[in-house]
Ligand binder design. Structure first.
Ligand SMILES: Cc1cc2nc3c(=O)[nH]c(=O)nc-3n(C[C@H](O)[C@H](O)[C@H](O)COP(=O)(O)OP(=O)(O)OC[C@H]3O[C@@H](n4cnc5c(N)ncnc54)[C@H](O)[C@@H]3O)c2cc1C
Length: 488
């Protein structure tokens, strides 16, 4: 890890998940690039991805048309079709590049890449590394990025504010000791990930507070479809922790049954695709079944499959569940839906450019429109690499034509400021859980919108110390406000 010794960069990337790392790898090596992460480099939603990455790898048994169609069906045909075409047709080359960077996808007995099935896919097209694909991809991309002499990687630095003068962006950042500094660049790529921490229970990592979306919104960028939140149907039902451990879709892909409180399968009441229906359908079915039975107790059961195969196929899930006292090969596993993914975000074009010139957004914080109303499983890592590569290619091209002059700017810090008051984040999470969970509650959403508006006003108008707590509270309030504004 290098130290930030300079203030001016050709490109600043905010975020070190799959989107940020892949942007850095595709930028021209002659550019001076800074990549920032707010916690350690390995803490991101990307590192948590389990199931895998979808693409048409086996062109003999699969086709772009089928991947395109499956993506549209899952998205309720509300997807941006041009962008889905890009995702599907350009995906295989980017996945091949991951392999070239050393990503070790699982192979079958003949030594060919093993392709697995997940809910909503009509073909087995998910490349995976056991059940911890994200970590494998991130680890290999970090190795590649840290070898690039033109890229400075700096973790534990939070971007607190983003301003633009004529053609230069200015970033107010704080380090782990809350020391402020200002950075400047004519190109900024936001790769800040999701918003899970706006809910009480989420599969997302601690960094997922929607900072990039709030920064872009405050700068005037168009934000779209924030109410399109995906709830994963099978998070381990552990109410003692905010971060709910995910039991991947691929467990159902391998044949697991969903059971209600009476240990009976129930999906036939709601969808003919049964357990392999897309995740929004399964989440809604669970909530309907909960109403029907009067119980929130649900289980995933794969005990009818070969125990040795399961341990080999799902080593991370198996080990994590054992720590919680459950043996995947012998026990029914308690599950319940929780927040998982955001389909909306900073609205971008086919090259990940936002409505503000020079400001780009890639990965989960962006809205490319590829997911429509609901993301098809394992399409988000793919979106992260395809559109971040396109973003880098566009910047490589534009930077040659634009002024390299950097304009000056100084952020004013409030004197005599005080720490942000406690309880804001807890209140926001509780409001969101009540008003905009699997099936939104309009009455609660109206009340919640008003209350979150008040909180946001207090945050914006108060004289608070700008530290990590403040930034995250402001981001959560902004994101919650924007979600509920779209709902009511
Ligand atoms: C449990 C789980 C399982 C998943 N499984 C799959 C799967 O199998 N297949 C699939 O396709 N998708 C999966 N997903 C979704 C997918 O992992 C994410 O959508 C994707 O990895 C997001 O990548 P990203 O680069 O956009 O953001 P992230 O990987 O979340 O990275 C965000 C980065 O932004 C930085 N950051 C944020 N705010 C700031 C700030 N203010 N200042 C500085 N830095 C900041 C963070 O430090 C971090 O480095 C899963 C998600 C979860 C949570």
């Amino acid at each position: 890890m290098q130290n930030i010794t300079e203030q001016n960069y050709d490109v600043i990337i905010v975020g070190g998940g799959v989107a940020g790392l892949y942007t850095a790898l595709n930028l021209d090596p002659s550019l001076k690039v800074l990549l920032l992460t707010k916690r350690e480099l390995t803490l991101s939603n990307s590192s948590l991805a389990q199931g895998g990455i979808a693409t048409v790898y086996d062109k003999q048994n699969d086709s772009f048309e089928e991947h395109f169609e499956d993506t549209l069906i899952a998205g309720g045909f509300q997807n941006d079709k041009e962008h889905v075409k890009i995702l599907v047709e350009e995906g295989p080359d980017d996945v091949q590049k991951l392999i070239d960077y050393g990503v070790d996808f699982d192979k079958n007995a003949e030594g060919k890449i093993h392709l697995t099935l997940e809910g909503g896919h009509s073909k087995s097209r998910i490349l995976h590394y056991k059940d911890c694909t994200g970590k494998e991809i991130v680890d290999k991309l970090i190795l590649a990025v840290t070898k690039l002499p033109n890229v400075t990687v700096q973790s534990e630095h939070v971007v607190c504010d983003l301003k633009k003068t004529n053609h230069t962006f200015h970033l107010d950042i704080i380090d782990e000791n809350n020391m402020h500094s200002t950075l400047h660049s004519n190109f900024v790529v936001l790769c800040t990930g999701g918003i899970g921490r706006v809910y009480e229970y989420t599969t997302n990592s601690a960094i997922a507070t929607g900072d990039g979306i709030a920064l872009a919104y405050r700068l005037g960028a168009t934000i779209k479809n924030l109410h399109l939140v995906q709830f994963h149907p099978t998070a381990f039902a552990n109410k003692n922790t905010r971060e709910s451990f995910l039991i991947s879709e691929s467990v159902r892909g391998e044949g697991a049954y969903l059971l209600n409180c009476n240990y009976q399968r129930f999906m036939h009441r709601y969808d003919e695709r049964l357990e392999l229906a897309p995740r929004d359908v399964v989440s809604r079915s669970i909530m309907e079944e909960a109403k029907r039975t009067g119980s929130n107790n649900f289980y995933l059961d794969i005990t009818h499959k070969n125990a040795n195969y399961l341990k080999k196929r799902f080593p991370m899930i198996y080990a994590s569940l054992l720590l919680e006292g459950y043996d995947l090969t012998k026990d029914r596993i308690p599950i319940f839906p929780c927040q998982h993914y955001l389909m909306g975000g900073i609205d971008v074009n086919e090259n990940a450019q936002s409505s503000i010139e020079g400001l780009y957004a890639c990965g989960e914080c962006s809205h490319t429109g590829v997911h429509g109303n609901n993301r098809l499983a394992s399409n988000s890592l793919l979106e992260g690499i395809v559109f971040s590569r396109r973003c880098a290619v566009e910047i490589n091209h534009l930077i040659k034509q634009k002024s390299t002059e950097i304009e000056p700017y100084t952020f004013e810090q409030n004197a005599n400021s005080e720490p942000i008051f406690h309880g804001i984040r807890t209140e926001i999470r509780s409001i969101m859980q009540q008003s905009h969970f699997v099936t939104p509650n309009l009455e609660e959403a109206k009340k919640g919108f008003q209350r979150i508006g008040e909180l946001l006003n207090q945050i914006e108008s108060g004289n608070f110390l700008v530290n990590r707590d403040f930034v995250e509270a402001r981001s959560l309030a902004t994101v919650a406000y924007l979600i509920l504004k779209e709902v009511i």
